[in-house]
Each structure stands twice: as structure tokens, then as C-alpha cells.
Design a protein around this ligand. Structure first.
Ligand code: PLP
Length: 229
């Protein structure tokens, strides 16, 4: 298995789906999801041309980022962030994709100040399926979270993220992506993203093509790049 070949294949697929729906594939960010893989593999991925990585656990990410180097790539936290890991997350990650409560936002904001961090990009993880075991904020909780974020000096809201319920039938997944885009459009219209146009982080190895059709601007791909975990 060649990381470089997988990376080129995925990039090509992203571009061809984007082109099919009249979008610019070059504007879609590929987050290589390196969870469970070693720091050495991440270094090889960087050599193969990848520059943005997603980790779902703070501790695992910290270990890898310390070895690879925080400035060697852009690091996204894509897994649930527990409050007691918030400081480490602020110290090591460039983007937190899983903001899902006002409490967590308040803590991140305070820690950014304490750590003298200039700013921290966040995405709100939305739970549109009402899955109690999953993380993410329910749609009706979004307005108050955004209201709080607009008062923040450090947290910068860049967009929304979703992990829909798994289905092999992609047409069952599509409505979640579509709904997230509608929510994004509404927030954007109300100025909720400041001078950013509002990212949509959606789509993984098995469903990124549908996600791009529905407007994804960030896809998070692990298996199709690094192989099965
Ligand atoms: C693991 C993970 C991915 C990548 O999944 P693959 O199916 O391996 O591409 C994407 N997003 C999140 C939140 C993940 O936890």
C-alpha cells in the first residue's frame, strides 16, 4: 500500500465529484484521519504530500504531535472533547471540530486566554439524528452556542461538522448532509461565521462523495488513505 498513491487517488476522486456538481475540488480540504496509526506513518504521510491530520483522542494526538512537530502539519481534533482534556487540546490542536456545548466553549475560551493563544478555530459538531450515545449538539441548541461564540475573543467559529448514523445505503446518509448545509446557510446569512463563509466538515471514506455533492468543504478520510484500522 502506498500512501502517496492513496492520497493521489482520493484527491482525484474529490476533484471529479466536485467537477460533476460544478464545484472547485481544490477548495475542498482533505483531513487525513491518522487515529490509531503511528507518528512514523504520519511523517510518511507528510512526505507523501498530506498536510492536515485528524485525531479523535487528545492523548493520542498529543503523543503523535509531539513527535511529528506541531508546526509540521495542521492538526484537527475530530473526536469528542472531554472537559478535563480541554487544556491539552488547546495546546496541541489547530482546529477543534467537535465543539458541542456552551460549557465547553467557555472553558476553551478561558484556557486560550491563560495559554496566551491568539485564537482557536472551532467547528460546531451537530447531532441531527438525536443519537443519545453520540456527541454533538442538537439543532435547537445551536443558536445559544453561536450567541455565546459571538462574545468570544479567542474562539473563532469556522463552520459545522457532522458524523451521521452509519448506513451502507448512502441515500439514507444524504439527508443529514443536506440538512447541515441548510443550517450552515442560515447561520451564514445571519453573520454567524464572521468573515468566514462557513465550512461543512462532512464525509468519511465510505460517504465523502455524497458529502461533496451536498456541499462538504472539509472531508475526513482515514481508511481510504491508511488502510483498515
Ligand atoms: C475515524 C473518523 C473518520 C474517518 O473514518 P474512515 O471511515 O476511516 O474514513 C472521520 N471522522 C471521524 C469523526 C472519525 O472518528
Amino acid at each position: 500500500m502506498s500512501l502517496r498513491q492513496n492520497f493521489l487517488d482520493i484527491t482525484k476522486q474529490i476533484e471529479s465529484v466536485a467537477e460533476r456538481v460544478g464545484r472547485d475540488g481544490g477548495a475542498i480540504k482533505l483531513v487525513a484521519v491518522s487515529k490509531t496509526h503511528t507518528a512514523e506513518t504520519v511523517s510518511q504521510a507528510i512526505e507523501a504530500g498530506m498536510s492536515v491530520f485528524g485525531e479523535n483522542r487528545v492523548q493520542e494526538g498529543e503523543e503523535k504531535i509531539s513527535v511529528v512537530g506541531v508546526d509540521s502539519a495542521e492538526w484537527h481534533l475530530i473526536g469528542h472533547l472531554q472537559k478535563n482534556k480541554a487544556r491539552k487540546a488547546v495546546q496541541f490542536f489547530d482546529v477543534i471540530q467537535t465543539l458541542d456545548s456552551v460549557d465547553l466553549a467557555k472553558r476553551l475560551e478561558r484556557i486560550c486566554e491563560e495559554e496566551k493563544r491568539a485564537s482557536l478555530s472551532v467547528l460546531i459538531q451537530v447531532d441531527l439524528a438525536g443519537e443519545l450515545t453520540k456527541t454533538g449538539i442538537a439543532e435547537d441548541g445551536i443558536p445559544s452556542l453561536i450567541e455565546y461564540l459571538q462574545t468570544c475573543n479567542y474562539l473563532k467559529l469556522k463552520g459545522l461538522m457532522i458524523v451521521p448514523p452509519y448506513s451502507a445505503n448512502l441515500e439514507k446518509v444524504r439527508p443529514y448532509f443536506r440538512r447541515l448545509r441548510e443550517i450552515r446557510d442560515k447561520i451564514r446569512k445571519n453573520g454567524g461565521f464572521g468573515n468566514s463563509s462557513g465550512e461543512l466538515s462532512m464525509g468519511m471514506s465510505h460517504d465523502f462523495e455524497v458529502a461533496i455533492e451536498e456541499g462538504a468543504t472539509i472531508v475526513r478520510i482515514g481508511t481510504a488513505i491508511f488502510g483498515a484500522r
